[in-house]
Write a protein of this length. Structure first.
Lengths: 289, 269
């Protein structure tokens, strides 16, 4: 019973397809996972369907989404009307997109768009919205929130922009945050600082976090669990601290082609893709079946 | 000046007191501030730093894409003026970061590769294009395709082929793999290493990834706020023995997420 209560999101056999002249393209194929209030990571190369999975959960995918079950905190997301979905989207499930440059409105000051978001989501007065926004900017460790509040997005750095995006997503204290490559445009030190902010929020507020990334070693050091996606399927699910014991040849391949694991002067190992990865999965012993 | 045979250890690129400023008055940005480096022939030299540290600006000014305001750049002992000659581009070529943006969308691969040959009036373009495509391991069937019909890794191979087609001695590589997946990055890095050996090239490689430069390069200059803070020699095992606190912090940060370590990060001035 307690597990039932801790469960935040349950995805069962989620499919996302796109129509094309060459027939349907399966971007996401039959993926299933469950999560509680924890940090999970979805890792894969470009085109593996990781971002489409995140968007499908929020109902933002332009493709055809269907799933046997898509249940968020007891609510069946597929049965929601567009109006009810809007009540959840942004308020209870938020998403941080990859690039702050494209996600913030370029002709509005940061403060104005934050207050707008706050007023729509929380239906509060402008004054209350203002204090809430300031509070959130401080929560993401922006040292001078007043100054940042009055700037336009082009006047701030990438790291600052990403912090503002996160602050904006946290205005309504969501239960689930989907972060789609939130740090891949940032420098290494700033990247870690942004992750640290999200880490604190998960711990302090009991939020669930889905981190979508292509950086396997980084998410292994940050998240609790890792889902490795290849060609629209989850090929392996791992505890983060057991990354070195990964069984699937694809996961192993991703690890071995990193220059940090290579011997200088020797060629990096190249991933040899096998056709059977497309449809086979791992059994309990970790063998391909 | 007397002509002398280029020794293998002689620097091919020497940068002395290079300064590049943008804007003026209150808006003045010293993107590069008195930087001196020298790159020996047939070596791979790395420039690392965070965004805004001026590493790409140095590369662009070498390629003649930025004008420098102070200092000197010497190529094989000869000082370069702000205007570059045609002969310069026969010796030095650049590969850009984003293969999605650096190839003309309405030119076929054949056209992209023909253009440098036509500009330099070289003969037998057919033969040379086939040769260079083989060097970068691009199948010949791609020759008459457009860049949008290729994957990211294949596009970067085209960009490398375009740089190599004039048989340059020096390649300027501006984050050649940061837009690619790790598995494709491995293929491109292997290709670059193999080409350097086969064609005795000199590389100047800009990257923000310490693991990539310490794997690829023999010497690495660490940059911050337009200055070189530390020059590292990479030993055979890929270790650098960094002393400067900024470099050490970068090293720690690239090791992965560790809450205690992050709290100790400071802004280095």
């Amino acid at each position: 019973m307690s597990e039932q209560q801790n469960q935040l999101l349950e995805v069962k056999n989620l499919n996302v397809t796109f129509p094309s002249v060459h027939g349907e393209i399966h971007a996401v194929r039959d993926i299933s996972f469950k999560m509680g209030r924890e940090k999970i990571a979805i890792v894969g190369e470009s085109g593996s369907g990781k971002s489409q999975t995140g968007r499908a959960i929020l109902g933002l995918s332009p493709g055809n989404v269907n799933a046997q079950q898509l249940i968020f905190d007891g609510t069946d997301l597929q049965a929601l009307s567009p109006r009810d979905y809007r009540e959840i989207r942004g308020k209870r499930i938020s998403m941080v997109m990859q690039d702050p440059k494209y996600s913030l409105n370029p002709v509005m000051t940061v403060g104005k768009q934050m207050i707008e978001a706050c007023q729509i989501q929380m239906k509060v007065s402008k004054k209350q919205a203002l204090s809430r926004c300031m509070e959130m900017l401080e929560a993401v460790r922006i040292r001078n929130p007043q100054r940042v509040f009055n700037t336009y997005p082009h006047e701030i750095s990438g790291g600052m922009g990403q912090r503002i995006m996160i602050a904006m997503m946290l205005l309504s204290s969501p239960d689930l945050l989907i972060a789609d490559e939130p740090t891949s445009a940032l420098d290494v030190t700033v990247q870690l600082q942004v992750l640290a902010i999200m880490d604190d929020l998960v711990k302090e507020r009991g939020m669930g976090l889905i981190l979508i990334s292509h950086d396997l070693p980084l998410v292994a050091s940050f998240c609790d669990r890792i889902l490795v996606m290849y060609a629209g399927r989850i090929v392996e699910e791992l505890e983060a601290d057991k990354l070195q014991d990964a069984k699937h040849p694809y996961t192993r391949g991703l690890l071995s082609c990193l220059p940090s694991n290579a011997v200088k002067g020797e060629a990096l190992s190249i991933m040899q893709r096998q056709d059977n990865w497309l449809n086979d999965s791992l059994d309990a012993q970790g063998n391909l079946v | 000046m007397t002509l002398k045979q280029q020794d293998k250890t002689d620097p091919v690129i020497e940068i002395e007191g290079l300064s590049i400023h943008f804007g003026e008055g209150d808006q003045l940005v010293k993107a590069v501030d008195h930087v001196s480096l020298s790159v020996p022939s047939q070596q791979s030299f790395g420039l690392v730093g965070e965004s805004g540290s001026g590493k790409s600006t140095i590369l662009r000014s070498l390629a003649g894409l930025n004008h420098h305001c102070g200092g000197e750049i010497r190529l094989e002992g000869e000082a370069l003026s702000n205007k570059r000659s045609k002969a310069f581009y026969k010796k030095v070529q650049m590969v850009f970061q984003d293969p999605y943006a650096s190839l003309h969308p309405r030119h076929t691969i054949d056209k992209i590769l023909t253009e440098p040959l036509a500009i330099h009036g070289l003969k037998h373009p057919e033969k040379r294009i086939a040769e260079v495509m083989e060097q970068v391991a691009l199948p010949t069937k791609f020759r008459f395709r457009y860049s949008h019909q290729l994957s990211g890794g294949q596009r970067q191979r085209v960009a490398i082929a375009r740089a190599l087609i004039l048989e340059p001695k020096i390649l300027l590589l501006d984050e050649p793999t940061s837009a690619l997946d790790v598995s494709i990055q491995a293929e491109i890095l292997n290709l670059l290493n193999q080409l350097r050996e086969e064609l005795s090239l000199t590389y100047l490689l800009v990257s923000h990834d310490l693991a990539v430069v310490s794997y690829m390069c023999e010497q690495v200059a660490v940059m911050q706020h337009g200055k070189v803070v530390e020059l590292l020699q990479v030993d055979k095992n890929g270790n650098t023995n960094a002393q400067h606190p900024y470099t050490q912090q970068l090293n720690l940060a690239s090791k992965g997420y560790d809450r205690q370590v992050i709290d100790q990060f400071i802004e280095h001035q």
